[in-house]
Design a protein around this ligand. Structure first.
Ligand code: 0WD
Ligand code: CA
Length: 380
């Protein structure tokens, strides 16, 4: 009596249901065994400095310094006078990952044959954040997405396109919302040091151009993935396990005062936190709970491997297997649809809540995102 059996008439996930060209996002279709997801392996890293310049090294790595159980971090401090905000109207697409690939090509093609000496040994290249959106899609009721896909030398590149709704929201943020977006970065400043011997410097400037990113390789069923994600900090113990197991993800969230608020954290926030950290194999999330004035009043560590147990007691809750199976079937769908190997062709996959995933094809359009320098580099 598997919910899957309702769809025997050929409309299995990953194939086009009859009479439509889409992929369903209904949860019931993805409740099967957890797919194979190989332990992610870090194959490299890169840093973006205070001016958003790329470096093929870990210079922006930071070290986690465990705060008091009941800290008193004022997250509003410095918003007006010690904050340099990245210009988020600049769309960087996959550029930083592509720069990393060009600098580290030898690490990637292990199967060197005369005919395909430039081809990467992976099926998909993307940002971790794009995969997080795919994992949470069966449970998302508010925000749709647009993902541009190009097949080039056998590899599928996935790069997000901002939706009209997201652009409107970005351009019309309230002052309160702008300030609250700063709080997460300020929390990082209270809990992270620049090296293993130093302490956090809450008096410094918060600059959101700076980033340390890991590059990991893994496999989801028969999809070989290469993706990069921003990492907040690592365990400063030199005996900590190797990356990504030593990494720590930092979050802030509203203080929990009622059982209903705890339940909502489990049902909605832990889904996003789990998906984001599970993908690159980051084992723990440290949350700072803040009051309405932006003061962190308590801390809690969530171990990613324990989150699936934590949520089992919640009514009508999300399931990790649904997230992973949907992502897997979406990637199969992309492989099936995006067949023309051409750096200037974009297959634009589009999704709105309560709808199927659909796609359209664009040649030499403003959607093309693989830069000429990358295409040249990989063709020679
Ligand atoms: O321009 C864009 N639309 C995108 C840029 C989309 C996706 C990623 N990026 C860039 C970001 O600028 C950042 O350098 O990629 C990097 C992060 O990639 P990711 O790890 O794949 O993204 P995600 O998992 O969504 O975010 C991780 C962290 C966030 O932490 P929280 O705890 O808030 O989830 O990266 C930061 C943020 O700290 N971040 C960003 N920083 C600057 N600009 C952005 C952004 N647009 N998005 C996330
Ligand atoms: Ca974070």
């Amino acid at each position: 009596n598997h919910p899957h059996h309702q769809h025997q008439s050929g409309s299995t996930p990953g194939q086009n249901p009859p009479g439509s060209q889409g992929l369903s996002t209904r949860r019931e279709l993805y409740e099967r065994d957890f797919p194979v997801y190989k332990q992610p392996v870090e194959v490299g890293c890169f840093s973006l400095d205070s001016e958003r310049r790329f470096f093929n090294d870990s210079r922006q790595m930071r070290y986690y310094v465990e705060p008091d159980r009941n800290p008193n971090f004022d997250l509003r401090d410095g918003y007006k006078d010690r904050f340099i905000k990245r210009d988020d109207s600049v769309k960087e697409k996959l550029d930083h990952i592509l720069r990393w690939i060009v600098a580290n090509r030898s690490k990637l093609n292990s199967r060197v044959t005369p005919a395909s000496s430039c081809a990467l040994d992976v099926d998909f290249v993307t940002w971790r954040g794009h995969l997080t959106k795919l994992l949470t899609t069966p449970y998302e009721t508010r925000e749709g997405w647009l993902l541009a896909v190009t097949r080039f030398r056998g590899t599928l590149y996935i790069s997000e396109v901002e939706t009209e709704a997201a652009r409107r929201e970005r351009e019309n943020r309230t002052e309160r919302h702008e300030e609250m977006m700063y709080w997460g970065y300020k929390f990082e400043q209270y809990t992270c040091a620049d090296n293993i011997h130093s302490l956090p410097d809450p008096g410094g400037v918060v600059n959101t151009n700076e980033a340390f990113c890991t590059v990991v390789q893994t496999r989801l069923a028969d999809h070989r993935l290469l993706f990069s994600g921003e990492v907040d900090c690592r365990d400063k113990d030199p005996n900590a396990p190797a990356p990504p197991a030593c990494y720590v993800e930092l979050k802030t969230s509203a203080e929990i005062c009622t059982p209903k608020q705890r339940s909502n954290l489990h049902r909605f926030k832990l889904l996003k936190w789990w998906a984001q950290s599970f993908l690159p194999g980051v084992p723990r999330v440290v949350a700072g709970f803040r009051d309405h004035e932006g003061v962190v009043v308590s801390m809690e560590t969530f171990h990613i491997s324990k989150i699936s147990h934590l949520i089992k007691n919640e009514y009508n809750c999300w399931k990790p297997t649904v997230c992973m199976n949907f992502c897997c079937d979406f990637l199969s769908f992309v492989k099936h649809v995006a067949t023309e190997d051409n750096p200037s062709v974009v297959y634009l996959f589009s999704w709105e809540p309560h709808r199927d995933v659909t796609y359209s094809i664009h040649r030499d359009s403003h959607y093309s995102f693989l830069p000429h320098w990358y295409v040249e580099e990989m063709t020679s």
